[in-house]
Ligand binder design. Structure first.
Ligand code: PEP
Length: 253
């Protein structure tokens, strides 16, 4: 039985002070607990330490995630952040391969693969994103496109603990656009991802890996996605920027 996960991606929003206010608001909203749902918030890198302190002080029921990592341990990589630097500020999760990083910063499947290995070596849970652009969806080749991404992102990987590896299916045309995929659209691709994971890791591991849906998910539509067999949670952008809407999604899960 896979535990549901709701993860918030703040993207490049919230200064240090604003991040603390949002994290504190979320801690208040979720003070009654999150039931059987894993909750993760992923602030900008410079906010990680402050949010980590809020989590510790409030005993808040959510984990801390980063939005990016570099795969080397240290060295001359200006502007990058190593896995142990994330670990040192309390990050237990990290988004990788988000379509904005692939699109604006040229992140490739090979990079995603290296980042996954680096995170796993440090016990940080990768939230590994995949998803097709609009033209691929319109051409009807979206399933093959995403399956191909998953094969490249997972090439040569070993997953010892399936609960510590998370995939997020985010159709690019649905991110930040207000356009959501239907729950059936999400299931079609998430089901194909699960089948690919069976081929790559075997049935038992594939059954334990969580697959999130992302793309204009909000309090009013999240439950519909979660009814689907292979959708185990949501990666949330815009609706994670207000404590009440994000908490409402956790409660709906
Ligand atoms: C995201 O970028 O991960 C995302 C899902 O954004 P939004 O919810 O705003 O579409």
């Amino acid at each position: 039985m896979r535990k549901r996960m709701i993860a918030g991606n703040w993207k490049m929003n919230k200064t240090y002070g604003e991040g603390i206010v949002l994290a504190q608001g979320l801690a208040d909203e979720l003070s009654g607990g999150t039931g059987d749902v894993d909750v993760v918030v992923c602030p900008p890198t410079v906010d990680l330490k402050g949010v980590s302190e809020v989590i510790a002080q409030a005993s808040a029921p959510f984990a801390l995630g980063a939005q990016n990592v570099y795969w080397e341990e240290s060295g001359a990589y200006t502007g990058e952040t190593a896995p142990d630097m994330l670990e040192a500020v309390g990050a237990t999760h990290c988004i990788i391969g988000h379509s904005e990083r692939r699109g604006y910063f040229g992140e490739t499947d090979e990079d995603v693969n290296k980042k996954t290995r680096a995170l796993m070596a440090h016990g940080i849970v990768p939230i590994s994103c995949c998803g097709e652009p609009l033209e691929v969806r319109e051409a009807g080749t979206h399933v093959a496109y995403v399956v191909d991404q998953i094969k490249r992102d997972t090439e040569g990987l070993e997953v010892d603990d399936p609960s510590a590896y998370v995939i997020a299916y985010e159709p690019i045309w649905a991110i930040g656009t207000g356009k959501t995929a239907t729950a059936d659209d999400a299931q079609e691709v998430c089901g194909a991802i699960r089948q690919t994971l069976v081929e790559v890791f075997g049935a038992e591991a594939a059954d334990g890996i969580r697959i999130l849906y992302g793309g204009s998910a909000k309090p009013g539509n999240v439950a519909g996605f979660l009814e689907k067999q292979d959708v185990d949670g949501a990666l949330v952008g815009g609706a994670s920027l207000a404590a009440d809407s994000f908490a409402a999604m956790v409660k709906a899960a």
